[in-house]
Design a protein around this ligand. Structure first.
Ligand code: C2E
Ligand code: MG
Ligand code: MG
Length: 398
């Protein structure tokens, strides 16, 4: 409540004051943010930093002592950012901005931490701000695109494709998802971005459905779409997703959602419910990067799963590493007993393919067959009876 909050702020102010000297200044900026100005910390930067840390230790110690408020004992922690002055040409507002940047870094590092501002922090923050602006623009100006990577049988016939997002950046060229998806996840841009991806992938699927109906391609491939943890965690994820499915007008049975293992375990009950709803609609569900997380057999059984994708890291050294071979073998056996499809990711060589096949794997994805390619190139692949044609389209270009 307000009264207790005010009481807490007063105690913090008193304790701050008690750590400072007469010539220092303490002020409350607003909310739960305080500013302290420490004068005359020393004649050089090193001494000043040592002194600042010493005073911080004292402040931190005082603030962690419990507070008696409204008949309860309250415990708090603090995150502190600091910068030295006078420095270069920094004006008062710049100094405040600098400590703010440093404070956010302190928050990220955990509780009761002091972080001193450094020049490259600003650059990092600036880069992130630019990336955020750029990404918003990318959404508005159609700079995003999907590439598709086939999933195939041993003999090379394509039965599925995975949609993988790319960004045709106006200055930086073609960017892969790892350069912007993790960032988009952090600041919620993943929600509009995810919506764009799902819509674009389903429109492509619809085009392939029409081509299959007219005989241009022999069959409709299953369209696998990656869904990020943040997207999946949205309470209305299922209704938003199905809304797009209906709007675009595709058959739910041709759609597969890929989610990573750890996401499922983080909130298992919610995941079970959502996956049940999706699978009741006919939408298929795959666990991506399987083997890197912490799934237990009990969870796997509860989830309405269709497929597991063996992580590339096991496929890479399958020929040399007995350990990887054993893991792959175990995953395939488990998949079989749970009636799940198993796909090996990242197959790059004929040797790996051979090895996987000996272990009982029947479905594959990887550069050996094809890199992710543009939709038109993938259509040509689909039109061919089998993938003897792979080698002609192994370069991923914008
Ligand atoms: P992922 O879902 O596991 O996708 C497979 C990644 O492995 C893709 O990288 C693909 O290009 C790469 N790959 C496939 N075969 C091989 C191979 O034989 N060798 C090697 N070295 N790599 C191979 P990409 O496109 O850079 O995507 C990276 C990750 O970014 C994806 O991993 C996925 O987690 C995420 N991602 C990609 N597209 C989307 C998207 O539309 N939405 C979301 N939320 N995440 C996406
Ligand atoms: Mg995937
Ligand atoms: Mg994967």
């Amino acid at each position: 409540g307000h009264t207790s909050g005010d009481k807490l702020l007063t105690i913090v102010a008193q304790r701050l004051r008690s750590c400072l000297r007469k010539e220092d200044i303490a002020a409350r900026l607003g909310g739960d943010e305080f500013v302290v100005v420490l004068n005359d910390l020393g004649s050089d930067g090193v001494t000043a930093k040592i002194q600042a840390r010493r005073i911080f230790d004292e402040i931190c110690y005082k603030l962690t002592e419990p507070m008696d408020i409204a008949n309860r004992q309250i415990h708090i922690t603090s995150s502190v950012g600091a910068t030295l002055f006078p420095s270069d040409d920094a004006a008062a507002e710049d100094l405040l901005k600098q400590v703010d940047i440093a404070m956010y870094q302190a928050k990220e590092q955990g509780r009761n931490v002091l972080v001193m501002y450094e020049k490259d922090m600003q650059e990092r923050v600036q880069n992130l701000i630019t990336l955020e602006d750029d990404l918003r623009q990318a959404l508005e100006q159609d700079q995003l695109l999907l590439h598709y990577q086939p999933q195939a049988d041993h003999d090379g016939s394509v039965w599925g494709v995975e949609a993988l997002v790319r960004w045709q950046h106006p200055r930086r060229g073609l960017l892969g998802p790892l350069e912007f998806i993790p960032f988009a996840e952090e600041n919620n841009l993943i929600i509009p971005l995810g919506r764009w991806i799902v819509t674009a992938a389903l429109r492509q699927l619809r085009a392939w459905e029409e081509m299959a109906a007219t005989g241009t391609i022999p069959r409709v491939p299953i369209m696998a779409i990656n869904i990020s943890p943040r997207e999946f965690a949205q309470t209305d994820f299922v209704s938003r997703f199905t809304h797009i499915v209906h709007e675009v007008g595709v058959a739910p049975g041709n759609i597969e959602i890929e989610i990573t293992e750890n996401l499922l375990i983080a909130n298992i009950d919610d995941a079970v419910n959502k996956m049940r709803e999706l699978s009741e609609l006919g939408i298929k569900l795959a666990i991506d990067d399987f083997g890197t997380g912490y799934s237990s057999m009990r969870y796997l059984q509860k989830l309405h799963l269709h497929k597991i994708k063996i992580d590339r890291s096991f496929v890479i050294d399958i020929s040399e590493h007995a350990g990887s071979t054993a893991v792959v073998e175990a995953i395939i056996a488990m998949g079989r007993s749970l009636c799940l499809e198993v796909v090996a990711e990242g197959v790059e060589t004929a040797e790996q393919l051979q090895h996987l096949s000996q272990l009982g794997c029947v479905r594959y994805q990887g550069y050996f067959f094809s890199r992710p390619i543009k939709s038109d190139d993938l259509t040509s692949l689909l039109a061919k009876p089998s993938m003897a044609a792979y080698s002609t389209v192994t370069n991923e270009t914008g």
